[in-house]
Design a protein around this ligand. Structure first.
Ligand SMILES: [Zn+2]
Length: 262
């Protein structure tokens, strides 16, 4: 599943290719991922619009178009945007393609999504999924005092709270798992039991993983210390990495060096 860093990388690509470009053609037939669900209404809303900016909050992308139109894109589990030639044959996972013109240059971007959990939403106003998002760790920064206030309001496991998009926008399973490992905090710890020092450690952990990913991910290499490593030795203390289910998600942690707060 794409995490905040993946979505930010997609945003940068789209910004480079789309800013200032006019949408001259829309090929979208999959009503399942489109809102409005009618492909012809969706197409009519977008054709002729110029892209002013490509923004992101958490895992949502928001394209600002002229005439007050917004295009929201969530990548779901398997979504991605890729540049292609305007006449390139349709790919199997292709759900929508936007033909663009900027000056004399014609190009296309297509939205690919094999499992179709993603969404493309054309709207004249911000959608609730966007307005309900908490602070974004990349664009708003992570503030330990503000985060301590948010965590103190919840009694659930700290990992579930970190992944709650209304608390922090864009923290997914990998970032929460790896960030808590760096912070040496057991993911099952009660959110409101963390001390100020614990929260500072969590902030340092999340920052470290986000920046490690942003540096290394575009090249594809990215080191995971506990995520997906249950049953193998912890790279810090050598104890066997365990896994529990929290909020329906597998959560790896090291019982040797991650302390549980109650
Ligand atoms: Zn360990």
């Amino acid at each position: 599943m794409p995490e905040i860093v993946d979505v930010e990388i997609v945003r940068r690509h789209l910004q480079r290719r789309m800013r200032g470009a006019r949408i001259v053609g829309v090929h979208a037939t999959d009503a399942y991922v489109l809102r409005p669900a009618s492909p012809s209404t969706f197409r009519r809303a977008l054709v002729g619009r110029t892209v002013r900016d490509v923004g992101r909050r958490g895992k949502w992308l928001r394209l600002e178009l002229d005439a007050g139109l917004l295009l929201f894109s969530h990548l779901g589990m398997t979504g991605d945007w890729a540049e292609c030639e305007p006449r390139a044959p349709r790919e199997r996972a292709e759900r929508a393609r936007l033909d663009l013109s900027r000056g004399r240059r014609a190009t296309s971007v297509r939205y690919l999504d094999a499992r179709r959990f993603g969404r493309l939403i054309a709207s004249r106003q911000d959608i609730p999924e966007w307005t309900s998002l908490g602070p974004d760790p990349l664009s708003d920064g992570l503030d330990a005092r503000a985060l301590a206030g948010l965590l103190a309001r919840h009694r659930r496991a700290v990992k579930e709270v970190l992944m709650d998009q209304t608390v922090l926008a864009g923290i997914g399973n990998i970032l929460a798992t790896e960030g808590l490992w760096i912070a040496r905090i057991d993911p099952r710890s009660r959110s409101d039991a963390l001390s100020a020092a614990d929260v500072r450690a969590v902030v340092r952990g999340l920052r470290a993983v986000i920046h490690r990913e942003l540096r290394h991910k575009p090249a594809g290499a990215f080191d995971l210390r506990v995520y997906g490593r249950a049953g193998r030795p912890c790279p810090r203390c050598g104890a066997t990495v365990a896994s529990v289910t929290l909020g329906g998600r597998a959560s790896a942690f090291c019982p040797g060096c991650q302390a549980r707060r109650r």
